[in-house]
Design a protein around this ligand. Structure first.
Ligand code: FAD
Length: 411
């Protein structure tokens, strides 16, 4: 059977490794951390995944936490006004629910499953030199190492990467004790609170190592008042800063958060990165080729909560491409084709996410405002998080937005 090496045990690497393993491929998975180190380490994401991406996991029988994780049935948007109130406030209903399973839980669990099923798990932080050596004994080497140092093997695609600097400073806190949302206490939703010119606060339920919890996630415009977490090392200080900023900029969310406490010492994360699309094929010093997966090749800002979704979609696209290839060589042309297949979905995510990082033009403000008056608009916007290609029909072009708004208002 064909031998495949996957470097990186995150959403894409593990999903692909388990998928290939179940089809009889001889898979080696290289991770720079053990399952226990991941489980007891720091949170890595907010990892809200929508129905299409979750379905890829279900298709492989990997939805181990589906019955325990909160069902996120809606997606809400609030826009802060000048006087501590909200000028926009609505929630759209998702056709299929979303879920967030702490990557510490999921990746540790999937890694153990991979090993229990006979997979070769190597704990080693791979360097380019290692890949050069290993590439000779595998039919295919996939680099699924996220935003780590190995991305340097893949050249930046400037035409597809409009930003060269980080567009948001990120600060995440996992908490217990958040009160129910008064607007709709009967169902869970992810809420995007937009503070114009300043940033966004995302609030969502999750399943973490200690059970159900909620995530408070600030995305701050660099240099602005939310860009305040650099250098904050103490998790308690991180949480109190999170709450202080909520009291100031999103008091309606702060009102539910007065009794929260951190889930655990690893429950905070802060950082930033520039959204980047890369060339999918890396060339090793010895001449071998490797194919980049998910964040390695397309890393978008988390403002639209798409990276794990995209990682799942990338793993599914590559799995299909590998299986269809049969016994033929995984050459450069095949690698480019596998990436192009993934880019069919990823291009929409990238275009929409990069648009959301910029100040909203008037037609988008009209769209967000109209969603508060007309429920079908809120619902369609919410479901765009599951299938961002739909934004092409009503989001980017003012004429299309206006035609859509007129059709809903008329209907
Ligand atoms: C703050 C924040 C919030 C987010 N929220 C969301 C969200 O709500 N929804 C969503 O869909 N996405 C979200 N994302 C994005 C999402 O987490 C990532 O896009 C996704 O995890 C990418 O998956 P991946 O498999 O490409 O890489 P990763 O999940 O990063 O996995 C890469 C793995 O490779 C390992 N590794 C790195 N270098 C090496 C090496 N040299 N050798 C061996 N192993 C190595 C790493 O330790 C890691 O385990 C968020 C990201 C951040 C930062």
């Amino acid at each position: 059977m064909r031998k495949i090496l996957i470097v990186g045990a995150g959403q894409s690497g593990l999903q692909l490794a388990l998928g290939l393993q179940s089809r009889g491929y001889e898979v080696t998975l290289m991770s720079n951390r053990t399952a226990d180190e991941i489980r007891s380490g720091r949170v890595m994401s907010t990892q809200c995944m929508f129905d299409t991406a979750l379905q890829h996991e279900r298709d492989l029988g990997l939805d181990f936490w589906e019955s325990q994780a909160p069902r996120i049935e809606g997606l809400g948007v609030s826009v802060a006004g000048p006087d501590s109130g909200r000028v926009i406030d609505w929630v759209g209903k998702l056709d299929g629910y979303a879920q967030s399973v702490d990557q510490r839980v999921k990746m540790a669990g999937w890694m153990e499953t991979f090993a229990q099923r006979g997979g070769q798990l190597v704990i080693h932080g791979a360097a380019v030199g290692d890949l050069d050596y290993f590439s000779r004994s595998y039919d295919l080497v996939l680099v699924a190492a996220g935003k780590g140092e190995l991305v340097s093997m893949f050249g930046r695609d400037a035409a597809r990467s409009p930003y060269s600097e980080p567009q948001r400073a990120l600060a995440v806190a996992y908490v217990h004790g958040l009160g129910p949302r008064p607007e709709h206490p009967d169902f869970d939703a992810v809420r995007c609170n937009i503070v114009p010119g300043v940033g966004e606060l995302f609030v969502m339920p999750t399943l973490t190592t200690g059970g159900r919890a909620d995530i408070l996630f600030w995305e701050g415009v660099p240099g602005g008042p939310l860009d305040a977490f650099q250098g904050v090392k103490d998790p308690a200080e991180h949480l109190s800063l999170t709450l202080e900023l909520m009291e100031k900029f999103t008091p309606w969310e702060y009102a539910r958060a007065t009794k929260v406490e951190l889930t655990d010492a690893g429950g905070t994360l802060a950082g930033r990165y520039a959204p980047t699309v890369r060339n999918p094929i890396g060339r090793l010093p010895g001449g071998g080729l490797v194919l980049g997966v998910a964040d390695v090749v397309v890393a978008n800002d988390p403002i639209t909560g798409q990276g794990s979704n995209s990682a799942s979609k990338c793993a599914a696209a590559y799995l299909a491409a590998i299986v269809e290839r049969g016994e033929q060589p995984f050459d450069e042309e095949w690698m480019q084709g596998a990436f192009d297949r993934y880019w069919q979905t990823a291009q929409h995510v990238t275009k929409w996410t990069n648009a959301m990082l910029a100040p909203p033009p008037e037609h988008v403000l009209n769209l967000l405002g109209a969603a508060g008056q007309l429920q079908p608009i809120a619902d369609r916007f919410a479901n765009g998080f599951n299938d961002p290609s739909d934004f092409e029909n009503f989001f980017f072009d003012p004429e299309k937005t206006n035609a859509y708004l007129a059709s809903v208002a008329g209907g």
